[in-house]
Ligand binder design. Structure first.
Ligand SMILES: N[C@@H](CCC[C@H](N)C(=O)O)C(=O)O
Length: 327
């Protein structure tokens, strides 16, 4: 039997599959196909999800495992903040360790177990890095600049200022008013920049952030490869960095920020070390379902998900109660 989890971080939902359990590991093409099948909102398992997190072993020193992120549309992401928290929790429980690193596409990132936020609300802290504003790292084109930092781009939206930052997956961030946040602009811009377009050839995660006060943001994200999600961990981390850089009077560096999102909230802390930035992202890592299935099902072209044994945990109810009590 193969054990899989359905998990969420701020209700950004994923299936988590530990490839090391399989007698015959899945090829990259099989993983992409499985990701698209599992996550499909109509025909997938448990109403689908935003992506598939694949855990495999790492050959790096002091690293407990490797995470690969596959978006719902089958595209590969270099990083996922909410996903890394759930993979971090999985590896912490598997290896009984509280502080370690996880290999991701571009870097080995620090993970540590935090005190529970409430009974059955597990919390994990992860490192979001490396950070780059360089055009080639997003990549972007036709914006007449080598870095886009807090600049107006009328082709995106007149009157709004945008920052493009890779953390290392690509993000376009704008700090906006409550009215703009509530409008249809984010959906229009996210859709435009995630279909063939002259600016972001690989697509981009687009987030609008509203400043609630000097220690509190609200962030909504239209994700590359998915569309609107309840939360995007790297998007909230990138928005926290943009807030720290553009609101210098608020002293956003080194302080804990609360970042609310449609699925709950996380905490971030933006660090500046010499000439580089990194962000701590702290939030829930919730297992909503334990899933067991015969390995042969994972190797089928079209697995019959009705043969997967699914057990719901009580963790999502605990999470929902915690969020309602802390609004
Ligand atoms: N939801 C994630 C980001 C997932 C990847 C993203 N859609 C991309 O393609 O870069 C997060 O929590 O960071």
């Amino acid at each position: 039997m193969v054990y899989m989890q359905k998990v969420h971080g701020s209700q950004n939902t994923f299936f988590l599959l530990d490839q090391t359990q399989l007698k015959q590991t899945l090829s990259q093409a099989e993983l992409v196909r499985l990701a698209k099948q599992l996550t499909n909102a109509k025909t997938g398992l448990l109403g689908g999800a935003d992506g598939l997190l694949v855990v495999s072993s790492s050959s790096h020193q002091n690293v407990l495992g490797k995470m690969q992120v596959i978006n719902a549309d089958g595209s590969i992401a270099s990083m996922c903040g909410n996903g890394l928290r759930t993979v971090g929790r999985y590896l912490a429980e598997k290896y009984h360790q509280n502080s370690f690193k996880v290999e991701t596409q571009q870097a080995d990132l620090k993970v540590s177990v935090e005190p529970d936020w409430a009974e059955s609300v597990k919390a994990i802290s992860v490192e979001i890095s490396p950070v780059s504003f360089a055009k080639q790292d997003l990549p972007f084109a036709q914006l007449n600049c080598s870095k886009l930092i807090n600049q107006e781009v009328p082709a995106f939206a007149p009157g709004l200022k945008f920052t493009a930052v890779a953390v290392p997956n690509p993000h376009l961030i704008s700090i906006v008013s409550a009215e703009v946040l509530a409008s249809s602009l984010l959906e229009k811009l996210g859709t435009k920049l995630n279909q063939p377009n002259p600016y972001f050839p690989d697509g981009v995660n687009v987030s609008f952030a509203q400043v609630i006060d000097s220690r509190h943001l609200f962030v909504r994200t239209f994700e590359r490869g998915v569309g609107f999600t309840n939360a995007c961990g790297t998007g909230m981390s990138a928005a926290s960095l943009v807030f720290a850089l553009t609101h210098q009077q608020e002293k956003g560096f080194n302080h804990l920020l609360t970042v609310s999102n449609p699925g709950g909230f996380v905490q971030t802390r933006v660090h500046q070390q010499e000439n580089h930035y990194w962000i701590e992202l702290i939030g829930n890592a919730t297992v909503t379902h334990n899933i067991n299935a015969d390995e042969s099902l994972f190797h089928q072209d079209l697995p019959d998900f009705s043969l997967f044994q699914v057990e719901q945990t009580s963790e999502n109810a605990a999470y929902q109660a915690f969020i309602s009590n802390n609004k």
